[in-house]
Design a protein around this ligand. Sequence first.
Ligand code: ADP
Ligand code: ZN
Ligand code: ZN
Length: 803
Amino acid sequence: MNIARVIVDVPSQNTNRLFDYGIPEKFVNIVQPGMRVIVPFGPRKILGYVISLTDHSEFDKLKNIEDVLDITPTLTPELLQIGKWLSKQTLSFYVSCLQVMLPQVLKAKYRKELWRLTDEVLPEELTNIFAGRDIVNYQEFVNSELSYQQLRKYIDEGWVDVHYEVKSRETKKTTTMITPLLEPIELEEALIDLPKQATKQRTILEYFIEKQDPLPKKQLLSILNTSASSLKPLIKQGNIREYKLETMRDPYAHRDFERTLPFPLTEEQQVAIVPILHRLEEEKHEVFLLHGVTGSGKTEIYLQSIQRVLDKDQEAIMLVPEIALTPQMVERFKGRFGSKVAVLHSGLSAGEKYDEWRKIQRKEVQVVVGARSAIFAPFTNIGIIIIDEEHESSYKQEDRTRYHARDVAIERAKIHECPVVLGSATPALETYARAAKGNYQMLTLKKRMNNATMPSTELIDMRDELHQGNRSMFSRVLLDKLKDRINKGEQSVLFLNRRGYATFVMCRDCGHVKECPHCDIALTYHRIQERLKCHYCSYEEPMPNECPECESKTIRYFGTGTQKVEEALQELIPEARIIRMDVDTTSRKGAHERLLNDFGNKKADVLLGTQMIAKGLDFGNVTLVGVLAADALLNLPDFRASEKTFQLITQVSGRAGRQKLAGEVIIQTYTPDHYSIQLASEYNFEQFFKEEMNLRKAFNYPPYFFLTLFTISHPNQLKVQEVTQKIVYFMRKKLSEEADILGPTPSALTRINNRYRYQCMVKYKDEPEQRKLIQRILHYYEDEMKEENGLQITVDFQPYQLM
Ligand code: ADP
Ligand code: ZN
Ligand code: ZN
């Protein structure tokens, strides 16, 4: 096997195939499928991924592999296979599909190092390279006598490891440390030399005469109750030294998680878990839908299923939506499985993510809890894949490789012959329909834990409030109940739907709305910087003093952001202690966790927030949930608007009355008669499913039909129309009679960043030729799509964002 078949990192139609390269002597037995290599390509040297090895090539003169980037493969054979499948499914380039599976670090610029992993005496060749150091530049190995084959052996035996040090701008977390430079006795001399009035400096020296260990500067200053200025002269005189220490990258390493034991399952849980455990034993693939109301103990079922998988020495992938990756959720998994758990979420730095990923790759952990991309965890012996809140749209990637984590999960589970558990209180219609038909096995939890009842709900018609003279954003009922909770020492959660409630700027005289000059969308007012920003491009401008149209001074911001709600509430109930959670208050690292802890420790009466508080929170003292604008989502141009509304109301309501105390939900709406709001307030998923299915059927939407969405964009509007028109004609001509081809239609966001956007939607049941046809279209426009700022055609199978 001296030939490697390689996918090169040039995403284009022409290069979307395997290229053969010779394997030079020094890399024999080193190069393996799944490794990243450097290969000559035309005049350049570029990155490539080895897909397979072979003895024969149809070409005679092969160029050789220039260098190998990994000593152990980054992608497993199974992931290579998944990559190929993904590229067919999404019509993305194979190389893009491989890259989507890897942590960012491996795509960024980094420095490679060799790390010593043990204190034992190293084998001689290694001793020569390390020469007493713990970390050496990888290049020192390359320049040494040691062969790749030998290095690999030492890595396998655990002496050393290759480490990637990211050179990104992302700052590593460091702590400033202070350490004494002199022996205690010398410090005492220095102390004598200090002027009597330099009391602060004296305390510092006295401290280090007592204790010689370095400690964080902050800590030192707080212990001694002094400021940084007293350190300076001591540093200058060389008594002490200041230096930076890289803080541990394991984000949870410093935390002890209280170990939890499995609960004895309730009868309902028992009935639900048996079929899952059964499949685990048989090592057979099957998809389960665990449909359980909020607080019914789904997570406990996940935990105990995973336990069984670990007992069999297998591995588990646990997906949760990004916003549900709260410390509370992580705690439950860390609490049960301790250091066997890796956590992957967007709050981690690239380096931290890479470290977690490495733990998976090195088999130091058996469980990964993570958001969407954790579905690509490089485990090799997967025993179960679980997706919590499976209906969440964040499982769908919306750019480049437009995959859905649920599809990848099922595909991987087929290969590993293991079960998939999809859990939700409000499953996606597609999923529920499949379970109803028997394609998935349905498991149901109807009761909440601890005999808790679902909270009682009340719909408040905000139009009535207005007619009766209440112009505030709080109904009288909600206000009364909030006050009542504060009096009783109970807590409330207020939910504001962000997306429907952006704060835009409007002139009260002429009605002029400030829009982005590049996108057809109102600018959003940002209070702190007093600026208007576009959420689709990076455009921003200062808040104007007068209306650009009529020069009136009455230009104001409208709509309600969380901040405005907070102010209004504070005015109405001055004694309320409010914690606000939104993008602004949680952008700092750890802020999310701190705010939730404060709320959990009853440092506030009201938790006010956006989508990010809708999920996963489990606080026993919360007895009231208020939904401020239930229908904000209903008016979006999206066939899933009702479904999303139903899901959101159900999720938010689920935050109340989870333990001993009963809960109550107040839903404020302008459309109290809408079926999704009505049925959500009654927790009637089955009826909602029926009604919504009827509509989907009537309008040819999923799950009755599949959708393919083309979005075509270009700076020139005529050009976009023309291309879209052509695509529509072509698809109409080639697809069967049964397919429904809509378009050209301007997208709901017609212009973004000075580019016009049109779309074509295909609704179909079975079109086996469809992908080939689309490939032909993409091929036809390939040259135009290469031009900078030229034509763009994106194709989304299973679109979630229709705008
Ligand atoms: P879900 O995931 O369906 O929202 P959870 O798993 O969070 O529900 O369960 C709700 C609460 O009930 C949690 O506090 C959990 O610890 C507790 N719980 C779950 N299963 C049991 C059980 N069998 N016995 C006692 N308490 C349980
Ligand atoms: Zn005006
Ligand atoms: Zn814009």
